[in-house]
Design a protein around this ligand. Structure first.
Ligand SMILES: NC(=O)c1ccc[n+]([C@@H]2O[C@H](COP(=O)([O-])OP(=O)(O)OC[C@H]3O[C@@H](n4cnc5c(N)ncnc54)[C@H](O)[C@@H]3O)[C@@H](O)[C@H]2O)c1
Length: 260
């Protein structure tokens, strides 16, 4: 995605965003989109090498500055460090995108204790710790936009997604609870729930598990996965000042695979 032409240029100028899981895939697309609209962006991930590559891509997209924060965000100390570094460099945190995650997608009984724990750690604990770290600073300034990346599979009970849906369903629940709790603090909390997205991960899955890919795409009336830019576009909207009356929502970007 290039630096200009994504939404109204400068609409996020002066805003500071932290995007988790920003080293690759959807998180990187979101970070580029927010930067292209003028935001300063902090990219957080545990994959240090990819994060450095992502940093130069996001810098090329524009915005008010880019910084990286390396760490395992399923640990409280890494989440605290992310928010601390963001405030130290940019003096505030306006937007938090909890995108870190990713499924261990397999039949429930094929999981091990380790893969179950990793699924919850990656998709739910990362967001819990990052929200806990960022909310006090948002409350203090009376402004915040939290956008979580959930999953449409929670709504349609997709094959092989039970453990993943337990984690993402927790994230959807965190969204509604926090939205109510902070509704009068100028803070909105929403979730964007994609169906299968055209990512490097889906590309990997095509040759290794074509049956699953066929099933995942088969439930989408539009007959194709979402583009990463289509997910980033919804996150971008929810991060705007003007999305001020939208909170506690789980908004699917799913080509119609669940409706309502
Ligand atoms: N790809 C899809 O089809 C799809 C569909 C619905 C929802 N999602 C969700 O969208 C988000 C992005 O998915 P993606 O396909 O771009 O995945 P991805 O694997 O390309 O990116 C996820 C990133 O999160 C990082 N991450 C994971 N655990 C972390 C941790 N504990 N601490 C710090 N960083 C961590 C990874 O290093 C990786 O860079 C995920 O939350 C995923 O569950 C993806």
């Amino acid at each position: 995605m290039s630096g200009s032409g994504n939404g109204r240029a400068g609409v996020l100028a002066g805003r500071v965003a932290a995007v988790t899981g920003a080293a690759s895939g959807i998180g990187l697309a979101i970070a580029e989109r927010l930067a292209a609209s003028g935001a300063a962006v902090v990219l957080a991930d545990m994959a240090a090498d990819s994060l450095r590559v992502a940093e130069s891509r996001v810098a090329a997209a524009g915005g008010g500055g880019v910084m990286i924060s390396v760490g395992d965000l399923s640990r409280e100390d890494a989440a605290n460090r992310l928010v601390g570094q963001t405030i130290e460099r940019f003096h505030k945190i306006d937007i938090l995108v909890n995108n870190a995650g990713g499924g261990v997608i397999r039949p429930f009984l094929s999981h091990t204790a380790e893969t179950l724990k990793a699924t919850i750690d990656r998709n739910l604990w990362t967001a819990i710790w990052c929200c806990r770290a960022a909310l006090p600073a948002m409350v203090e300034r009376g402004y915040g936009r939290i956008v979580n990346i959930g999953a449409d599979s929670v709504r349609n009970g997709l094959w092989d997604h039970a453990a993943y849906n337990a984690a993402k369903g927790g994230l959807h629940g965190l969204t509604t609870g926090l939205a109510r709790e902070f509704a009068t603090s100028g803070i909105t909390v929403n979730t964007v729930a994609p169906c299968a997205v055209e990512t490097p991960r889906l590309e990997e899955l095509r040759p290794t598990n074509p049956e699953l890919v066929e099933r995942l795409l088969g439930v989408i009336p539009m007959g194709r996965p979402a583009e990463m830019s289509e997910v980033a576009s919804m996150v971008h909207y929810l991060a705007l000042d003007e999305a001020s009356f939208v909170t506690g929502q789980v908004i699917s970007v799913n080509g119609g695979s669940t409706m309502l």
